[in-house]
Write a protein that binds this ligand. Structure first.
Ligand code: MN
Length: 251
C-alpha cells in the first residue's frame, strides 16, 4: 500500500442537510447538520471532514476550492422535473435549493476533476445529473422479485443489513465478494442509469445498488456504508479505497 500523497490530510467536503422542524433540544431553531456516520467515516479513513452548508449555487466553485473531494450524503427525494417526469403521489419531501446547489457542486467537481462519493439520495442525484431517471417510490419498481428497500418499515436498525446484492465490479468484489448483504433506507431507486455510469452492484429485483464512473472519479452507493460500517468493517474500507484510489501516488 502506498502512502497518501500529501503531508496534509485530504479534505473531504460533506454537503450538510437542513433540519426545518422545530426541535426544543435545539431552542426551536432550524439546523444545518450531517449525520455523524459521514463525519466518522471520513475521520476513520484518515481524511479531514469539512461540512458545506446548502447555499447559493454561485458559491459552489469557491466551496470546491476549499476541498479535495466531496461526499453527497442521503436526504430528500430528487425533484422529478429534473428528469422530466410529473410528480407521483408517492413522492416524498423534496428540496429545490438542495437539488440546485448539489447539482452545481457535481458540475464543478467534475470540471475540477475532484472525486465524488455519493450515498443514497446523493447517488440518485448523480444519476439524474448524468441524464438518468428514478422510480419515485419502490412500489413502482417493475420486477418479478419484490424486495423491501426501506428497512425502517421493517424496524431493522440502520447499521444492520437487510437485503442481498450481487456485485459485478472487480474492485468492489475485492472488498465485498461476489455478493453480500447491505442496509437499505431508500424508497426511491434508479430507473434508467445515466449516460457514462457503470453499474457495479444490483439487488435481486434489479434495483441498482452501486455505480461508478472511473474517468469522472465518481463512486456511488444506494445503501449507507457510513451507517453499516458500525457493524461491518468492510464498509469503512469503501471510504478508504475511495481515498486511496483518488489521492494516492503510485510509485
Ligand atoms: Mn436497497
Amino acid at each position: 500500500m502506498s502512502e497518501v500523497l500529501s503531508m496534509k490530510k485530504v479534505r473531504i467536503g460533506i454537503v450538510a442537510s437542513r433540519f426545518l422542524k422545530k426541535e426544543p433540544a435545539f431552542a426551536n431553531e432550524e439546523l444545518t447538520y450531517t449525520m455523524q456516520g459521514n463525519v466518522a467515516a471520513v475521520i476513520e479513513s484518515g481524511a479531514l471532514p469539512i461540512l458545506i452548508p446548502i447555499t447559493d449555487p454561485g458559491d459552489a466553485t469557491q466551496y470546491l476550492s476549499q476541498v479535495d473531494g466531496l461526499i453527497l450524503p442521503g436526504g430528500q427525494d430528487v425533484q422529478p422535473k429534473l428528469y422530466g417526469e410529473p410528480e407521483s403521489d408517492l413522492l416524498g419531501v423534496t428540496s429545490a435549493s438542495r437539488d440546485s446547489f448539489e447539482l452545481k457542486l457535481i458540475e464543478i467537481a467534475i470540471q475540477q476533476k475532484k472525486p465524488i462519493f455519493a450515498i443514497c439520495r446523493g447517488a440518485q442525484l448523480v444519476n439524474v445529473y448524468f441524464g438518468g431517471t428514478l422510480y419515485q417510490d419502490e412500489s413502482l419498481i417493475k420486477g418479478k422479485v419484490r424486495i423491501e428497500h426501506d428497512q425502517t418499515r421493517l424496524a431493522i436498525k440502520n447499521e444492520i443489513p437487510s437485503h442481498m446484492i450481487k456485485i459485478v465490479d472487480e474492485e468492489l468484489q475485492s472488498v465485498l465478494g461476489n455478493s453480500t448483504k447491505v442496509n437499505s433506507l431508500h424508497h426511491q431507486a434508479i430507473k434508467k442509469i445515466g449516460k457514462g455510469l457503470t453499474i457495479t452492484a444490483v439487488a435481486a429485483d434489479g434495483v441498482v445498488e452501486a455505480f461508478k464512473n472511473d474517468s469522472q472519479k465518481i463512486t456511488a452507493y444506494q445503501w449507507h456504508p457510513e451507517m453499516q460500517q458500525r457493524s461491518d468493517a468492510r464498509m469503512l474500507q469503501l471510504f478508504k479505497i475511495f481515498l486511496q484510489k483518488n489521492f494516492t501516488e503510485t510509485s
